[in-house]
Write a protein that binds this ligand. Structure first.
Ligand SMILES: [Zn+2]
Length: 254
């Protein structure tokens, strides 16, 4: 499409091939750049698919940026595993298609790059990248995961119902660290609570306060103080109100 080429072509600096430092010199990393992203991958290349991916990432940049009121100053690195598998050492749930660990990593085969559902993954992982840049990594996991789900462009009904069905909720302040440290049986509930809590935070207090919170987190390591200042209520009160909401209103929306 002409419009797509106009958007992407001036921004693509050329496909560069570079040898991976310290790796098999026969293995080559290919690199494509758009205005806000650098995509790297190994092996054969399919330029049309890479450009299409860059265009979808640029779309995530615009949409998520508008939601969170933030646009990173430097290009976001994206590593693409076109065999559809993460490296064996990657700490990632088996069902995940993407992860963010300082760069966005996508395990998506060339064939699956066509799939419409990939946009959810791109928006989810880009949200993590944006929040990381905005807060300098000083963000509780529940907040980052919940915002990532909120920006996928779908509702959080499934997660709300999962949280409501749980025998016991994990307190939000126990969901600040990596979910990889939780017992594996608790991980789905941790994700569900994150989405449900952010859904509640956004509906009860509004997106501008969430944006302000991210901004404060970029300046302060004290989450409770940043929360109180940006949202206007103590973090402990928010946690209690959210739990009451989950417990007291089974089946209620919002
Ligand atoms: Zn995530």
């Amino acid at each position: 499409m002409a419009i797509r080429r106009l958007l992407i072509l001036p921004a693509v600096i050329l496909a560069i091939t570079a040898t991976v430092a310290g790796a098999d010199p026969a293995l080559q990393l290919r690199q494509y750049e758009s205005r806000h992203f650098t995509v790297r991958f190994e092996g054969r290349e399919d330029p049309a698919l890479v450009w299409a991916l860059l265009e979808r990432l640029e779309s995530a940049y615009r949409d998520v940026g508008r939601q969170l009121g933030a646009f990173p100053g430097s290009r976001v690195p994206v590593m693409l595993y076109t065999d559809g598998k993460f490296p064996v050492h990657a700490s990632v749930p088996h069902w995940a298609q993407g992860l963010f660990d300082g760069q966005i990593r996508l395990a998506v085969s060339w064939a699956a790059l066509h799939e419409e559902s990939l946009d959810k993954t791109l928006r989810h992982e880009y949200t993590h990248a944006l929040i990381h840049a905005r807060t300098r990594g000083n963000v509780p996991t529940w907040l980052s995961e919940g915002l990532a789900v909120a920006n996928e462009g779908r509702g959080a009904d499934h997660e709300r119902n999962l949280a409501r069905a749980a025998d016991r909720l994990i307190p939000l302040d126990e969901l600040h660290g990596s979910f990889l440290n939780l017992p594996s049986t608790q991980v789905p509930l941790a994700y569900a609570e994150s989405a449900a809590a952010v859904d509640y935070l956004l509906s009860r207090h509004g997106a501008p306060k969430v944006r302000a919170l991210l901004e404060r987190l970029g300046e302060s390591k004290n989450f409770d103080a940043a929360f109180q200042e940006a949202v206007g209520v103590p973090y402990a009160d928010f946690r209690a109100a959210w739990m009451r909401r989950v417990i007291d209103y089974p089946g209620a929306g919002g």
